[in-house]
Design a protein around this ligand. Structure first.
Ligand code: 6R9
Length: 648
């Protein structure tokens, strides 16, 4: 790790929303009097009935409840669209850049966004969707994805987006898990020159769902799809629908969306975010962390299937009346200059991406960047995983030409928005550190076993957050007990993040990775338990254990130890079959990178798999296995070491 610091230039700070002195003052104010601070920040958005209460939070295990602005009412869609119409109706809200650079980009004004969102909202209402109903979205990165999110918000329905890379099984589980009335999909999703058949995936998913679930199909490619009784042509219905739709008055604490994310145990859980606090927090962080100014063009390369797409492609920027770019493609299609060509073409000012993309592009050489004019860039951001200093330096020097502050934003699906991040005009950055907390956020480092807070400046342990912020998740959909158990039971009185962290002598924070059984593959969270249960669902698999290991591009790769059923031969063919199996059970992002045939797994005498040992072997660090005295059968380990798959 590097401790070289990069302060913002005096010129940048002078024009920024927040400079170092202001950060200090505002941070102190946010901690000393949260009610006053957030009461003021709540005015960033328009309320139908203004709130009189601000924060009402209880972190006590057994009674956890989180409320912000609880007696206020609002509509999120009206905040993201209608309130901008008077002054910026003709300003571009969304720039859409399609997968194929030879197809035309589209500029959607706030007026057009209003019209299309209302049309979609009316289509949903006609299908019987109302306040509190759930709608699943399984869409490519097309403007209709934003219309659908905002249309749900407009009529008070709760959306649950399923990343278009997930399999029919995963989609079906989420439709059933939230008892959705409607699923919105498209015929096909073009990505990197290939097409995913979303409609036929949806058909496969719906085989396992209630017959009453309706399916709205957006026309994207015009590719052929089968039509059943439950299908509705979204594109046709939208063109026939009315262009006005009165927004529903929602309570601040009414759910806005559910988003499934992986945890250390069991199947993914439905993270619930509500309306008022979430929007205030998304809007505030989008403006201040990227130092967004009126007229800027802002681009977050995430997919709306992840929380980053929710907060920083759609809700945050649109609440601020920004111009947000939505990209359908991938960084390497048609070649490794695509990101930079899009930056040049649309004169992007703020660019926000994941370290895994940077590492992949860095490996292709600098010429792909250097041939593009990136002079409009002002701020660069990263999210999803720790960034290694090498990639940080490349981003800084080759992409930013040393003149664009880098914001390394640490946050989670659960947090709704950034919790620790530099502010570009205020914070001197250090490559690899997410630096300092955002306003109102109090990170603490606890001793992992005792749970005692380490109060010295230099500290290392598990990262918890003392007290709440408005963007925090409120519950796990349908399972508040699981919510309390996951986040509030191990370390009483704190929100437990699941991350390990170090605080250096300057008080800067460095995320060291997950401390639970969650692995981070290309910035995507994957629970080892999910991959394991997919593997053991295969008829030839007796047992499986999955761990992460360091991967040059992905950050972490998926390493699976598989014990086969008696008499089954381990063959290359079977290995391929299992890879394919996991792809169909969960999706391509869950495909194991390495599968090792394990005649046995290291277990304690009570039958618990010793993952610590499996992790070490997967890391090719088998010399330091630690205490193995509780192993039931020590010989198992020797075999695993001898046949290990990672020798780098
Ligand atoms: C936004 C998002 C959350 C987990 C989180 C942590 C890791 C995210 C990071 C980072 C180091 C950063 N993470 N940002 N680690 N530096 N800047 O990614 O949400 O998909 O829920 O993942 O990702 O481990 O706990 P999510």
């Amino acid at each position: 790790m590097s401790d070289k610091t990069y302060p913002p230039s005096a010129e940048f700070s002078a024009n920024a929303h927040i400079d170092a002195a202001r950060y200090k003052d505002m941070y102190a104010a946010s901690i000393n009097d949260p009610d006053a601070f957030w009461g003021e920040q709540g005015k960033r958005i328009d309320w139908i009935k203004p709130y009189t209460q601000v924060k009402d939070v209880n972190y006590d295990f057994g009674n956890v409840s989180i409320n912000w602005y609880a007696d206020g009412t609002l509509n999120v869609s009206a905040n993201c669209i209608d309130r901008h119409l008077a002054n910026r109706g003709d300003q571009t809200a969304i720039i859409w850049e399609p997968d194929d650079p030879n197809d035309a980009a589209r500029h959607i004004t706030y007026r057009e966004l209003h019209e299309n969102t209302c049309r979609m909202a009316n289509v949903l209402r006609d299908l019987g969707v109302g306040k509190g109903d759930r709608v699943v979205l399984y869409l490519p990165m097309i403007p209709e994805a934003a219309y659908a999110m905002l249309a749900c918000a407009r009529i008070g329905a709760i959306h649950s987006i399923v990343f278009a890379g997930f399999s029919p099984d995963a989609l079906g589980a989420r439709i059933n898990g939230s008892d959705a009335k409607v699923v919105i999909t498209a015929d096909e999703a073009p990505r990197g020159g290939r097409k995913t058949a979303l409609k036929s995936n949806t058909d496969a998913a719906l085989l396992h769902c209630d017959d009453r679930v309706k399916c709205l199909v957006v026309k994207r490619t015009g590719g052929q799809t089968t039509w059943t009784d439950r299908d509705y042509d979204c594109t046709a219905l939208m063109s026939a629908a009315a262009t006005e739709c009165t927004p529903e008055e929602m309570n601040a604490e009414d759910p806005l969306f559910i988003l499934y994310t992986s945890g250390s145990t069991g199947q993914p859980k439905g993270v619930v975010h509500t309306s008022g606090g979430y929007l205030v927090y998304a809007a505030m962080t989008q403006e201040l962390v990227f130092d967004y100014h009126d007229g800027d063009v802002y681009w977050c390369t995430a997919d709306v299937g992840w929380v980053t797409g929710h907060s920083y492609i759609v809700y945050g920027p649109l609440a601020n009346g920004a111009t947000t770019l939505m990209f359908e493609g991938v960084p390497t299609f048609p070649d490794a200059s695509r990101f930079w060509q899009v930056c040049e073409k649309h004169k992007v000012n703020q660019f926000y991406t994941a370290p895994t993309a940077l590492r992949a592009l860095m490996g292709q050489g600098n010429s792909f960047v250097e041939k593009c004019d990136l002079s409009d860039l002002k701020v660069l951001g990263t999210v999803g995983e720790p960034i290694n200093p090498e990639a940080w330096n490349w981003y800084n020097e080759v992409v930013g030409k040393g003149r664009c502050p880098i914001v390394d934003t640490w946050w989670q699906t659960e947090t709704g928005g950034h919790l620790m991040t530099p502010l570009p005009g205020a914070t001197a950055t250090k490559p690899g550190s997410c630096t300092l907390p955002f306003f109102g956020v109090q990170p603490v480092i606890l001793e992992p076993t005792t749970g005692a807070e380490i109060t010295t400046t230099e500290a290392e342990g598990v990262l918890c957050i003392k007290d709440s912020w408005p963007g925090q998740m409120r519950t796990v959909y349908g399972d508040h007990e699981r919510f309390e158990k996951t986040y509030f039971s191990d370390y009483k009185g704190y929100y437990f993040t699941g991350d390990g962290c170090r605080r250096d002598a300057d008080g800067y924070y460095w995320i060291t990775g997950r401390v639970d059984d969650v692995i981070n593959v290309s910035g995507h969270r994957m629970g080892t338990a999910e991959v394991e249960s997919a593997l053991v669902a295969h008829a030839k698999v007796a047992e499986a254990a999955v761990v992460g290991y360091p991967h040059d591009i992905k950050g972490q790769g998926i390493y699976a130890y598989v014990t086969l059923m008696n008499g089954v031969e381990p063959t290359e063919e079977l290995r391929k079959e299992l890879e394919k199996w996991v792809r169909t059970e969960i999706g391509p992002i869950a495909k194991p990178d390495l599968i090792q045939w394990a005649p046995g797994l290291p277990k304690t005498r009570s039958g618990k798999i010793m993952r610590r040992i499996l992790r070490k072997i997967a890391e090719n660090d088998y010399g330091a296995l630690g205490d193995t005295s509780t192993l039931a059968e020590p010989a198992v380990v020797d075999d695993l070491i001898e046949n290990r798959m990672n020798r780098s």
